[in-house]
Design a protein around this ligand. Structure first.
Ligand SMILES: Cc1ncc(COP(=O)(O)O)c(C=O)c1O
Length: 308
């Protein structure tokens, strides 16, 4: 008679999924902390009495310790004394300057391709709309059934406007979307595929380079939502040939409540239909149009004064 195997405990399940062999999770956590190349930044953040571990980010990273001083200097000097001169002296360039900095530090994208502006939802809408327009004759938008609700609602709206159909990917809820899941649904009808790099519920990490390749092999454009990965998961958008990416700055980039997101678009997505007023200052270094657009304040839309 064979012995029935005992059910896996929740802790064992987490350990298995995370690939942690050590039976002692506390020691393993301490070992990982000691090896963390970012650990020395811990003291840069403001103290939050009573908070031992901030594990529920819920759309808000922690503020930096020197933020009150920086915000004070902005009000006192840049705004208070320089007044409208600050537009020309620094503010007008900030969306591109901050975009390039985020691209360098967190996205693996060369300068001139990333802009900080609008809100995540507004950018998702603009870029989905432009992407579908850039693939005439194709009438499907592929999106994961468990993607963040905002992304699904916006994709549904864009599909309705553009006369396209939504095609759903139904991945495993724990392991997340795979290359095979995507390969099974893309076709000559696919204009655009919209996926999250990190699943907001399970934390599953999608294989960005492999999925992007499968989508592009089908002739479609790939858009990644980086909200839950930018600033916390290393990525190489240029090397992986990503067409379009949108990510917020208020989670792991600690931009504060309401801070505007960033968008990055590959030079290959330069379509005549991606007009400046539709797409805004996306990454298009190789085009003359893009360079002139980056100089033109009218093409940069910011809902609030850019932050420092
Ligand atoms: C993955 C993802 N996509 C889109 C959004 C929408 O962002 P916003 O409400 O700032 O436009 C969020 C917000 O939390 C998000 O987490």
């Amino acid at each position: 008679m064979t012995e029935a195997s005992s059910p896996e405990s929740l802790e064992d399940e987490h350990r298995r999924i995370a690939g942690i062999d050590s039976p002692d999770l506390l020691s393993e956590a301490r070992r990982l902390d000691a090896a963390d190349p970012l650990a020395h930044h811990l003291n840069s953040f403001a103290d939050a009495p009573g908070v031992t571990a901030y594990l529920d980010g819920n759309s808000l990273g922690r503020p930096l310790r020197d933020l009150p001083e920086k915000v004070g200097a902005f009000i006192r000097d840049d705004w208070g004394t320089r007044l409208i001169r600050s537009w020309d002296e620094q503010w007008m360039e900030l969306p591109m300057m901050l975009g390039d900095r985020i691209a360098e530090v967190a996205l693996g994208a060369a300068a001139g391709q990333t802009v900080v502006a609008d809100s995540t939802s507004v950018l998702l809408y603009k870029l989905m709309r432009a992407a579908v327009t850039a693939r005439p004759g194709r009438d499907e938008i592929v999106i994961e059934a468990g993607n963040f609700p905002t992304d699904r609602f916006i994709a549904a709206g864009v599909a309705k406007e553009a006369g396209a159909t939504l095609r759903w990917v139904q991945p495993d809820a724990v392991t997340g979307v795979t290359v095979d899941d995507v390969a099974a649904v893309v076709s000559q009808r696919t204009a655009l595929v919209v996926l999250s790099h990190v699943d907001y519920r399970s934390g599953a990490l999608a294989d960005m380079p492999a999925i992007t390749r499968v989508v592009q092999d089908a002739g479609a454009l790939m858009m990644w939502d980086l909200c839950h990965s930018v600033g916390v998961v290393p990525m190489q958008l240029d090397e992986w040939g990503v067409d379009i990416a949108v990510g917020c700055t208020y989670k792991y980039l600690n931009g504060g409540p309401g801070s505007p997101p960033s968008r990055t678009c590959a030079p290959s997505t330069t379509a005549p239909s991606c007009s400046p007023s539709t797409v805004g200052g996306v990454r298009l270094t190789s085009s003359r149009w893009a360079r002139s657009m980056r100089r033109s304040p009218a093409s940069v839309s910011c809902s609030a004064a850019p932050r420092r």
